[in-house]
Design a protein around this ligand. Structure first.
Ligand SMILES: C[S@@+](CC[C@H](N)C(=O)[O-])C[C@H]1O[C@@H](n2cnc3c(N)ncnc32)[C@H](O)[C@@H]1O
Length: 268
């Protein structure tokens, strides 16, 4: 696996495991609030996806880059649909399976460990992907595979980083080494990549102001509670989280890095 991606996620699982030690065996999605979403703005983001994906309880949805499965579980509980999560990192995928069993949702929510660049068998009614594609610079292969897993006419929803203005050298370095984002497209480049892969009806929304505020609040809230976290998780983990959260807050505050929602459908 990519070294930057490994660095970025190394502390997430130990953090989650210690937090889980204080929770009951049988979990509700509420118990996991703040722990199992690695995208921004929690369930609000998934509610936005639900509105745009046109899914029902009969749909089978693919969550690309599922992390520990929070998005997949919320979708299944909220809509009643089946969800398959695809996750690159075996340890995160295993945790996604365990949490789903503990929330009683395993009949409708399953996970596959794998790389979207290698493709996936089957075709889904819709897919979504929240804060994943920034890690995948080969957009041509990525969107070809994303098109292949969607039924013709099926809908997709993405939340991702974009480049609003030219990046400084230091921002490029932070993105590459701390955020595992080696290349950041503009919104025009993003749309062109999607169109080349056969996606149409593409619409997008700039969510930068909301994300700028959210990542800043995340950093401040973590810093405020750092003494508790140091006791529970140790200094190394806390320092790592603090420097990561601060770096992301500074990237968005700088005005060159932004966030978008993009949605549309497979056109053929
Ligand atoms: C920021 S996390 C978001 C996780 C999840 N979407 C969420 O919102 O909680 C990005 C995830 O994408 C996964 N990922 C990165 N590259 C991938 C790939 N090529 N195929 C599948 N998953 C990938 C990472 O392992 C990580 O779990």
């Amino acid at each position: 696996m990519d070294a930057a991606l490994d660095r970025m996620y190394r502390y997430r699982l130990p953090f989650l495991q210690k937090e889980l030690a204080h929770l009951p065996e049988h979990l509700t999605l509420g118990d996991l609030r703040g722990l199992d979403h690695y995208h921004y703005c929690g369930t609000t983001a998934i509610d936005q996806a639900i509105q745009r994906l046109d899914i029902t309880a009969q749909s089978h949805v693919l969550d690309i880059g599922a992390g520990v499965g929070g998005t997949a579980r919320y979708l299944a509980e909220r809509v009643g649909c089946r969800v398959t999560g695809l996750e690159l990192q075996p340890c995160l995928c295993q945790m996604a399976i365990e949490l789903t069993e503990r929330t009683g949702l395993s009949e409708r929510v399953t996970f596959i460990q794998g790389d979207i660049l290698q493709g996936l068998s089957g075709q889904y009614d819709a897919w979504l992907s929240l804060l994943v594609f920034l890690h995948i610079p080969d957009r041509e292969t990525l969107f070809q595979q994303c098109a292949a897993v969607l039924k013709p006419g099926g809908r997709f929803y993405i939340e991702d980083y974009v480049q609003l203005q030219p990046l400084t050298t230091s921002e490029r370095e932070t993105l590459a080494h701390m955020v595992a984002c080696p290349d950041l497209p503009t919104i025009e480049q993003y749309q062109a990549h999607l169109q080349q892969a056969g996606f149409g009806d593409i619409a997008w929304e700039n969510v930068t102001p909301a994300w700028r505020e959210w990542v800043q609040q995340r950093f401040l809230a973590f810093r405020e509670k750092q003494d508790d976290y140091r006791q529970k998780h140790g200094d190394e983990l806390v320092e790592s989280y603090l420097s990561f959260y601060q770096a992301v807050a500074e990237l968005f505050a700088g005005g060159n890095v932004g966030g978008v929602r993009i949605w549309g459908r497979r056109d053929f």
